[in-house]
Design a protein around this ligand. Structure first.
Ligand SMILES: Nc1nc2c([nH]c(=O)n2[C@H]2C[C@H](O)[C@@H](COP(=O)(O)OP(=O)(O)OP(=O)(O)O)O2)c(=O)[nH]1
Length: 147
């Protein structure tokens, strides 16, 4: 929030939550949440909250280093903005892994899913808005490269 917004009494709890769509070999990486109890066991794109001093891109690179143990570069947006209420917005970005192999450091487990499997996973409700775009990308990746 800008100083001006703060002075004007803007919502102090406005913040962005960023999540990473990592595609590899025609599959998408999903992560199974361990908390809070109402989300435990459900699948999401890994990520987290953007801190006050960060850009969304930097926040996602930090979160994925912490949660997956990988060095990533944040790319273009994918999917719609999801309004979570109380000024929070959830956004997904494509992410490229620069170094490391993803590990479930802060999740129950990870899964690489293809277009046929994505809808079999119990996704966090907020993330379900992204499924059409994620499927489009997974199907595009499955197509043979033009010769
Ligand atoms: N990371 C992530 N969070 C999501 C997604 N969809 C969704 O509704 N959320 C919600 C769950 C949480 O209320 C919030 C982010 O929580 P988090 O636990 O991942 O974020 P964090 O690491 O910064 O937070 P913390 O546990 O360290 O407090 O956003 C998603 O795809 N990825």
């Amino acid at each position: 929030m800008s100083d001006e917004a703060a002075r004007a009494g803007g919502a102090a709890d406005e913040y962005e939550i960023v999540a990473g769509a990592i595609f590899r070999d025609g599959r998408l990486l999903l992560a199974q949440r361990i908390r809070p109890p109402e989300l435990a066991g459900m699948w999401e794109l890994p990520g987290g909250k953007v801190e006050a001093f960060e850009t969304p891109q930097h926040a996602l690179e930090r979160e994925l280093a912490e949660e997956l143990g990988v060095v990533v570069r944040c790319g273009r947006r994918i999917g719609v903005d999801v309004a979570l209420g109380r000024g929070r917005v959830l956004r997904a970005y494509r992410v490229d892994i620069l170094a490391g192999e993803p590990a479930a450091l802060d999740h129950a487990q990870l899964a690489w899913v293809d277009a046929d499997d994505l809808e079999k996973f119990d996704m966090v409700v907020n993330d379900q808005a992204w499924i059409p775009d994620l499927l489009t990308e997974l199907r595009r990746l499955r197509l043979p490269e033009p010769s």
